[in-house]
Design a protein around this ligand. Structure first.
Ligand code: NIG
Ligand code: FE
Length: 412
């Protein structure tokens, strides 16, 4: 048994998914304690009521706030080279889409991933994951999508699989072969999809447990609506749960498609319209907004308040990738969600814990402080969760626990 004592504020929410109108209603227990039995939470409440058994170990939170481990539910953490030249081009006036149309963007990352072997990809991703852990992230989703050939996509999924055993963060894999059309298939998107959606490939991914989710970039520079539908419905037959990069730059009806196929999430949503919003609501699809991506590209945020007021369950994620969001910090993304997307700190906390867990179909096990849920917890060096998001310039995380084990500590 392990007790965390001397907690100034314990932030308690229900498990996800939580609708937008309720996301701001977190409860806080002041002067709290948590009791952990093995991998799970066995009790939490006011410290005055703590009945710690004899021999129970103790962590002193030193008057810090305790929150659930963060869940980054949309990342492209496995990549092989950076693209700072595009960052400069954007500052000089080119848009993300213009750079992609001129042969830059995702295709440049494909070149470098194809040259790397699986071990290189793993070695490069490990320090990124370590820094995420020290920022309080205990579960992360990682997509393929920079291989864009059957072998290179499988190589990425294999790298993601190996990363699971090499560090403490729980990793969830997504098959994003439909990220864009590779140059060999220029003008022949359906022929490309024939290859990456072949039955032998999808059954291997399913049988070897190489991915749980599939994803498609539905956009003018990538796949149209019919092709996106084909990707998602084909993958669904092989038990891959559908997600989409939807309504980022061009409004093409991608969120309506998300509803139609019963996607677990529709991500980006910068250009979502009323029909899309209604479709997500109706299907129970979580809306994932990526505030760091808009911040990094210097473009308009997704209409977070409109989504919340429609009572849609909203999650946030970093979208960490070398093109549109070189932001590995979920805490920084959370502050951007507050100041640029006008979400309250309580809404943002739910969006990056309980609702992010729902996106990854893990909401019964992680994302909230509840008895019998996994003891994935973060002890902060600040007395309340508002203060955490108010101070984006420093790492406020003191200690991270994964399944009841201490896995990261930062000096303060
Ligand atoms: O979510 N939009 C598509 N995919 C990524 C960007 C990938 C890249 O530019 O390398 C995103 O923003
Ligand atoms: Fe993305």
């Amino acid at each position: 048994m392990l007790a965390i004592r001397n907690i100034s504020e314990l932030v308690v929410t229900g498990p996800g998914p939580i609708g937008g109108r309720s996301m701001g209603q977190v409860s806080r227990i002041k002067n709290a304690a948590v009791l952990i039995d093995g991998e799970s939470i066995s009790w939490f409440g006011p410290e005055a009521e703590l009945a710690a058994p004899p021999g129970c170990e103790t962590i002193d939170a030193q008057g810090g706030c305790v929150v659930p481990g963060l869940i980054d539910c949309h990342t492209h953490t496995v990549f092989a080279a950076t693209r700072e030249n595009e960052f400069v081009q954007r500052i000089e006036g080119k848009s993300y889409a213009e750079i992609a149309e001129a042969g830059g963007g995702i295709k440049v990352s494909v070149e470098s991933v194809r040259c790397a072997d699986c071990e290189d990809l793993v070695e490069q991703a490990l320090p990124r994951l370590k820094r995420m852990l020290h920022n309080g992230v205990t579960t992360v989703e990682i997509k393929s999508g920079y291989g864009l050939s059957v072998d290179d996509e499988l190589k990425m999924l294999e790298a993601i699989r190996r990363l699971k055993d090499l560090q403490p963060i729980e990793i969830v894999a997504t098959y994003l072969a439909a990220h864009t059309i590779p140059k060999e298939f220029n003008g022949r998107p359906d022929a490309y999809l024939d290859a990456v959606l072949d039955e032998s490939v999808l059954s291997r991914i399913r049988d070897e447990g190489l991915a749980e989710f599939c994803d498609v970039f539905c956009e003018q520079t990538a796949f149209d609506l019919a092709q996106s539908r084909r990707v998602l419905t084909t993958c669904q037959r092989f038990d891959l749960k559908p997600r989409l990069h939807a309504d980022q730059i061009t409004q093409m009806g991608a969120t309506v498609l998300a509803g139609e196929v019963g996607a677990v999430s529709a991500d980006h949503l910068e250009t979502i319209d009323d029909a899309g919003l209604a479709a997500l609501k109706e299907a129970g699809t979580v809306g994932v907004i990526l505030p760091a991506c808009s911040f990094f590209l210097g473009v308009e945020q997704a209409p977070a308040r409109r989504l919340l007021e429609a009572d849609l369950a909203v999650a946030i994620a970093t979208d960490y990738n070398p093109g549109s969001s070189m932001v590995e910090s979920l805490p920084l993304t959370m502050t951007v969600a507050c100041t640029q997307a006008r979400m309250t700190p309580a809404e943002v906390l739910v969006a990056s814990t309980a609702n992010a867990a729902a996106v990854l179909a893990r909401h019964e096990r992680v994302g909230a402080i509840q008895v019998r849920m996994q003891a994935d917890l973060v002890v902060l060096d600040v007395p309340n969760h508002e203060r955490w998001m108010y101070e984006p310039g420093r790492n406020c995380v003191r200690t991270v626990l994964k399944k009841g084990q201490l896995v990261a500590t930062n000096a303060h």
